[in-house]
Ligand binder design. Structure first.
Ligand SMILES: [Zn+2]
Ligand SMILES: [Zn+2]
Length: 371
């Protein structure tokens, strides 16, 4: 079968003929890949900045059809041969006995998404840039009717991460769960951000979508258009030309002197790796609000403890999400029409995809095996 293999860091992928994986054992299933999406982490991995080994077949957000199942796959998972599923990178073969595996918030028994001994498809195990992939049955979600593999793939990392970030921002994860809340998303015009804007609006939130640069702002105006009447809940902010103080006054009105901290957003999601993004966004958070960190720049962020001490702002971080969140996110996306803006490529064109990514192509870039 064909696979795109990264053989050395800072080199192109090499299209190779590799053996098809054997019949699955234990909890494993064999998935025929239909679509595989490219994530920022694939670029970080290819640069040699992570710790996993080579050679590696990348992509930790993909979708395909189950073609074979191992003998220990639980009936409770509701999976079957011929069923289309979405596949995230985590967690392949968790240990089953550590704290994370024992305290998993209702996921399959002894299955911990955050188990540090588990494999990650596309990083420590081969992922979706190949025709067939061995997958842990407990990590997947059935693809809802009406969604395609190309639509499902980019939700498996970007969609799940931003869904969990909204939850960490105290948004109720059901329709109406964001009613009365205002969420600011810094870096809203990127891969995660433009999905976050759609999820937040459709959960009921008012959303301030912050970005800079023509491509990102254009993507956001496309998202606004796709929201129809709900676009009234979205305010797009160009952080290069609009001051945070002015944004606050425009949206929340002039504050009473001395009570400025009473007006602002309930939650801020920080997606860029830039200090300015955090500084700008923090000015928008009202007292007792929450700042959700999704990015983790190598050099770190400078935080102002006075915002935490005097304004009681909380800071939290998120990393993808659990299997039950993955299933809930995918069903919500299907029902409410949350879709990434996508550009597709053949498997043979993966290096072209990577080039376009580094040139700043907007939306999500996805390999479509049917092309
Ligand atoms: Zn990712
Ligand atoms: Zn474990």
């Amino acid at each position: 079968m064909r696979a795109q293999v990264l053989q050395a860091f800072n080199t192109s992928y090499v299209l190779k003929d590799v053996p098809t994986p054997p019949a699955p054992s234990g909890h494993d299933i064999l998935v025929q890949v239909q679509a595989a999406s490219y994530c920022h982490t694939d670029a970080v991995f290819a640069s040699g900045a992570m710790w996993q080994d080579l050679p590696r077949i990348g992509s930790h957000e993909f979708a395909g059809i189950i073609v074979n199942m191992g003998p220990s796959v639980s009936k409770d998972l509701g999976l079957d041969v011929g069923m289309p599923v979405g596949v995230p990178g985590r967690a392949f073969h968790p240990c089953g006995s550590c704290y994370e595996c024992r305290n998993n918030d209702g996921d399959p028994e002894s299955y911990g998404v955050y188990c540090t001994k588990a494999g990650n498809l596309g990083l420590s195990r081969d992922g979706g840039f190949q025709e067939f992939c061995t997958v842990d049955s407990r990590q997947v979600a059935p693809m809802p009717a009406g969604m395609t593999a190309v639509e499902t793939a980019p939700l498996m990392c970007a969609g799940l991460t931003i869904w969990n970030a909204l939850r960490a921002g105290r948004v109720g994860m059901h329709k109406g769960g964001g009613d009365g809340l205002t969420v600011a998303i810094s870096g809203a015009g990127g891969g995660l951000g433009h999905l976050g804007v759609q999820f937040a609006v459709k959960l009921g939130c008012n959303v301030i979508a912050i970005d800079t640069g023509d491509a990102s702002l254009k993507l956001l105006s496309d998202v606004a258009q796709s929201l129809g009447p709900l676009s009234s809940k979205l305010t797009i902010v160009d952080a290069k030309t609009q001051k945070a103080e002015d944004v606050l006054t425009t949206i929340f009105g002039q504050p009473e002197p001395g009570l400025e901290g009473e007006k602002g957003v309930d939650a801020l999601l920080v997606l860029p790796e830039a200090q300015q993004a955090l500084d700008y966004g923090t000015k928008l958070i009202k007292n007792h609000g929450v700042c959700v960190m999704v990015s983790f720049p190598k050099e770190g962020f400078l935080i102002q403890p006075r915002d935490l001490v005097f304004r009681h702002i909380q800071m939290v971080g998120v990393l993808v999400g659990r299997n039950h969140q993955l299933r809930a996110m995918l069903n919500f996306a299907s029902q409410e029409g949350v879709r990434a803006i996508i550009r597709t490529y053949k498997l043979e064109q993966l290096n072209q995809l990577v080039d376009d990514y580094h040139k700043g192509a907007s939306g999500k870039l996805v390999v479509d095996m049917a092309k």
